[in-house]
Design a protein around this ligand. Structure first.
Ligand code: PMP
Length: 356
């Protein structure tokens, strides 16, 4: 029986993250983590972490990390906001920026946290269908709205939208905030960062979870004009002053300082992705041309669910989304190391060619 107090509870249907299996001898290609370790400086800083500092509260402004991010991108530190992964900074951006009665717009097939935050914060929204090739249609974002958010490249399709089309959307919506979620931009995409000079309604979200191998540390950031960043900070300080741990501030700073290692890791990953695309093609898979660290594949002769189960049985975890219906027959496969991908293809070959 429903209790009377339940009438006053905020009820939400939460986001379900990808599985994090407890076993260690598996190949994990289901949550878009980076297969390479964090930069050497991160591991060194972890060893040298001053335990005396753990006794104290961290710097609420996380200035060391904010400065390092600003320096990396050639921006002013007033243009940077940091948080506990991009999930945290995006939630804060929704809370700060989307307060219109008009619906916010985002694609129907996209990061499945957007509708969860909209529901949580009671933000009206309308999803815009991707076209038959899974592309975001620019013209769908030319109508009246209370704000816009989409990832570039989109997830889980991996498709990159050209920067001139991104600009078209930002330019047509200067009365609202347009958030470009660039979680996967470092794997060959062109960032919207240069557009910050021209548009004060643009907010960019990025993360240390993918290209900087720090998903476990939880570091994300927003880039925007100083006034907008101040508004986001006001909301953050009204919620939780100390979002960034001492460890996250220190290790994140070391991660972003090592440009050479970042360049090597992303280059290796892109090479493996391009080789993997050829291998998928040889096995009869079709997929959109991904510019991220995953590929979204489907096979004409095999149900995605069946392939998912066959891979899991061999200890290879990939991601299968049961909804929306249009993507039910797809698998989102994270690009791992070359060796991990070879194991994946050996298993798929067994299923598709040998056991046929
Ligand atoms: N945006 C997109 C499009 C994502 O796929 C993810 C990863 N789940 C995130 C944001 C959040 O990543 P994190 O919180 O680890 O920075």
């Amino acid at each position: 029986m429903r209790k009377a107090w339940e009438n006053h509870i905020r009820k939400v249907v939460p986001y379900v993250p990808g599985e994090q299996p407890k076993e260690t001898n598996i190949i994990k290609l289901n949550t878009n983590e980076n297969p390479y370790p964090p930069a050497p400086g991160v591991l060194q800083a972890l060893k040298e972490l001053d335990t005396e500092l753990l006794r104290r509260y961290p710097d609420p402004a996380a200035s060391e990390l904010v400065n390092a991010i600003a320096e990396f991108y050639g921006l002013d530190e007033a243009q940077v906001f940091v948080g506990v992964g991009s999930d945290d900074v995006l939630a804060m951006a929704f809370l700060t920026c989307f307060n219109s009665r008009k619906p916010i717009l985002f694609p129907d097939i996209t990061y499945s946290f957007y509708d969860v935050w909209a529901d949580l914060f009671r933000i009206p929204y309308e999803t815009q269908p991707l076209d038959s090739d899974f592309q975001i249609r620019t013209e769908d974002y030319m109508r009246e709205n209370g704000g816009i958010i989409f990832p570039n490249p989109n997830a889980p399709t991996g498709i990159l939208k050209p920067i001139d089309e991104i600009e078209e959307i930002i330019r047509a919506n200067t009365d609202v905030i347009v958030i470009v979620d660039e979680a996967y931009i470092d794997f060959g995409g062109k960032s919207a960062i240069p557009l910050l000079k021209t548009y004060d309604n643009l907010l960019i979200a990025q993360t240390f979870s993918k290209s900087r191998s720090l998903a476990g540390m939880r570091i994300g950031f927003l880039l925007g004009n100083p006034k907008l960043i101040r508004y986001v900070n006001d909301c953050k300080y009204s919620f939780n002053s100390y979002t960034m741990s001492q460890a996250a501030i220190r290790l994140g700073t070391e991660a972003i300082r090592d440009r050479a290692y970042f360049g090597q890791c992303t280059k290796k990953l892109i090479e493996t992705r391009e080789w993997a695309k050829v291998e998928f093609q040889k096995l009869g898979f079709t997929f959109a041309d991904s510019m991220s660290n995953f590929v979204f594949v489907t096979h004409p002769d095999y149900a995605a669910e069946e392939l998912f189960a066959a891979l899991k049985e061999k200890g290879i975890y990939v991601r299968h989304f049961k909804k929306p219906e249009r993507i039910r027959n797809y698998l989102r496969i994270t690009i791992g190391t070359r060796e991990e991908m070879e194991a994946l293809f050996a298993c798929l070959k067994q299923k598709i060619i040998i056991d046929r």
